[in-house]
Structure formats: structure tokens, C-alpha cells
Design a protein around this ligand. Structure first.
Ligand SMILES: NC(=O)C1=CN([C@@H]2O[C@H](COP(=O)(O)OP(=O)(O)OC[C@H]3O[C@@H](n4cnc5c(N)ncnc54)[C@H](OP(=O)(O)O)[C@@H]3O)[C@@H](O)[C@H]2O)C=CC1
Ligand SMILES: O=C(O)[C@@H]1CCC=N1
Length: 259
């Protein structure tokens, strides 16, 4: 497919690098600020540099607040049977239709793990998308990690709170965990290795196990042992659950505000 990427910042740039690595599609980037693009990617800095109806996919990867101003200039570049794909948080299909009219529109919510080809994305296609258009976009997003199609737009906003914003929570957890390991006397590099390997090894063990997460936790918690002492400080009589619930609800509420 011939794909136009509007905005090539942190998220669009991460996905683009995976797509280029797969080598299946042609890309043009429209972003005045973009430099250091992968080789083979075309760059335009003005919408007027683009021919009409040249692209199978126009991918919107700018900030939600900029879409209404920027997208109208690029809408002419999509083929009549092409697909608009938006990765913007919140911005609804209805808001996008207000800008581009009645069109095939797919909302995708990726996450920053796409940087290493391990992203997880939700995908919602509006009623104007044919089965073939949806299949093509699912296959495209699969190249950045895992793609999970959902059948309601609200699911995309909920998924934004879980996995779209998820790397932000995980980076912060890692920062705090590493800082605590340093407080306990480890140098920074050793603290990073201990925490990162504990995290990634434990996630993999959980993925490969058929036991519940609660059973796995209990299996490493000796009665009156060190893990029990640590966990009772971490869980604080249910406050950890409340903290995660508040975190996800706050992110979801913001996605709804951005509609
Ligand atoms: N970051 C993340 O983890 C995730 C982000 N998203 C969504 O992805 C979108 C982009 O976010 P993110 O990559 O973080 O943001 P960035 O600011 O890193 O990227 C946006 C890019 O668009 C460029 N841009 C601004 N105006 C224009 C224009 N008129 N034409 C073309 N390009 C323009 C910006 O340039 P300049 O910097 O000069 O303004 C920048 O390079 C957002 O809608 C966000 O909701 C979704 C999931 C995860
Ligand atoms: O913080 C944001 O709004 C974007 C969308 C999901 C992750 N980052």
C-alpha cells in the first residue's frame, strides 16, 4: 500500500520504523519537523506538495488538538476507496467525520512498545470500512506487535487507559523500583539489571503459566517470609488496587474528554 503518515513524532516514528523494517509498503511522511527518517521514506513539509488521490491509507499521528486544523489540508490525498487511520487518543470517528466527511475510518490505539516491535494496539473500524480495508489495516498494525480488533469505539477509549498509556505507568514503576533498589545500596546499573530482569522474567513466567496471577503470587510468598513482608507494605490493605483503579479511570475519563 501507498501510505501517508501525517505527523512523525514519538508514536508515528516508532510505528514507521517497524513498517520500514518489514518492507511491504511505501511511505510518505508529512511533518515539518521530521528529520532522520528511515531511508526510502519520502518527506513532504507542505500538504500542497501532495498529489490528489495518491494514497491507499492516510494515517493521522499528530496531537488530537491539532487534527481539526491540519487534516483538511491532507484529505484530498486519499484515494476514493482509501482508508483514514487515526492513532490519536480520544478523537472520535464522529469528530474525524466532521473534518473529512463520510469516509472509511479506522481508529487504532497503539503503545510505545511498538518501538521494539512488541506493541499492543486496539483497532476499531467504522461501518464504511469494507472487510478488506479492515483486514489490510489489521495486518499493517500487526507489524508493530499485536493487534486486537474491538467492536465498539468506547472499547478504544478504555483500552487507551490500559495499554495506550500503559508504558507511561510502567516506566514510572520501573523508575521508582530502581530508585528504591539504589536506596538499598546498589549502584544504578546493578539496580537496573536487577529490576528489569525481575520484571521481564516474571512477566514471561506468568505468560507461560496456566495458574492464576494470585496463585503465582502465593507460590513465591512464604509464610512470615521476606516476600510477605514486602507485599504487605506494597498492597497496604487494598490501596494498591485502588491506586490502579484510579489510574485507569483517570486516563479513561481524559480519553472521553478528548472526543
Ligand atoms: N506517545 C504515545 O505513547 C502515544 C501517542 N498516541 C497518539 O499519537 C499521536 C501523536 O503523539 P506523539 O507521537 O506522542 O506526539 P509527538 O508530538 O511526538 O508527534 C506529533 C508530530 O506531529 C508533528 N506535527 C505538528 N503539526 C503538524 C502538521 N501541521 N503537519 C504534520 N505534522 C505535524 C509534530 O511536530 P512538532 O513537534 O514540530 O510539533 C510531531 O513531530 C497523538 O494523537 C497521541 O494521542 C497514541 C498512543 C500512544
Ligand atoms: O498521553 C497521551 O495522551 C498519549 C495517548 C496514549 C499514550 N500517550
Amino acid at each position: 500500500m501507498n501510505i501517508l503518515l501525517i505527523g512523525c513524532g514519538k508514536m508515528g516514528g516508532a510505528m514507521l520504523r517497524q513498517w520500514v523494517r518489514h518492507g511491504e509498503h511505501s511511505f510518505t511522511v508529512a511533518d515539518p519537523a521530521a528529520d532522520d527518517l528511515p531511508s526510502g521514506v519520502r518527506h513532504v513539509s507542505k500538504a500542497t506538495d501532495l498529489p490528489s488521490q495518491a494514497f491507499d491509507v492516510v494515517m493521522i499521528a499528530i496531537k488530537p488538538q491539532a487534527i481539526a486544523d491540519v487534516l483538511p489540508d491532507y484529505a484530498h490525498a486519499l484515494k476514493e476507496d482509501g482508508t483514514f487511520v487515526s492513532i490519536a487518543a480520544g478523537t472520535s470517528v464522529a469528530s474525524l467525520e466532521n473534518v473529512v466527511g463520510d469516509a472509511a475510518i479506522v481508529r487504532v490505539m497503539p503503545n510505545m512498545a511498538a518501538l521494539v516491535g512488541m506493541g499492543v494496539s486496539g483497532l476499531y473500524a467504522n461501518a464504511r470500512c469494507t472487510a478488506e480495508q479492515t483486514r489490510q489495516i489489521v495486518a499493517l498494525i500487526d507489524q508493530t506487535g499485536t493487534c486486537i480488533p474491538v467492536d465498539s469505539e468506547d472499547r478504544i477509549d478504555r483500552l487507551t487507559a490500559v495499554s495506550g498509556s500503559g508504558p507511561g505507568y510502567v516506566f514510572e514503576l520501573l523508575r521508582s523500583y530502581v530508585a528504591a533498589a539504589e536506596e538499598l545500596g546498589f549502584d544504578h546499573d546493578t539496580a537496573r539489571t536487577l529490576v528489569f530482569d525481575t520484571l521481564s522474567g516474571t512477566v514471561e513466567a506468568a505468560r507461560q503459566s496456566d495458574q492464576t496471577l494470585e496463585a503465582l503470587r502465593n507460590s513465591v510468598t512464604s509464610k512470615n517470609g521476606t516476600t510477605q513482608a514486602g507485599l504487605s507494605a506494597l498492597m497496604r490493605d487494598g490501596q494498591l488496587d485502588t491506586l490502579f483503579q484510579d489510574t485507569l479511570q483517570s486516563a479513561y475519563a481524559r480519553a472521553v474528554e478528548l472526543k
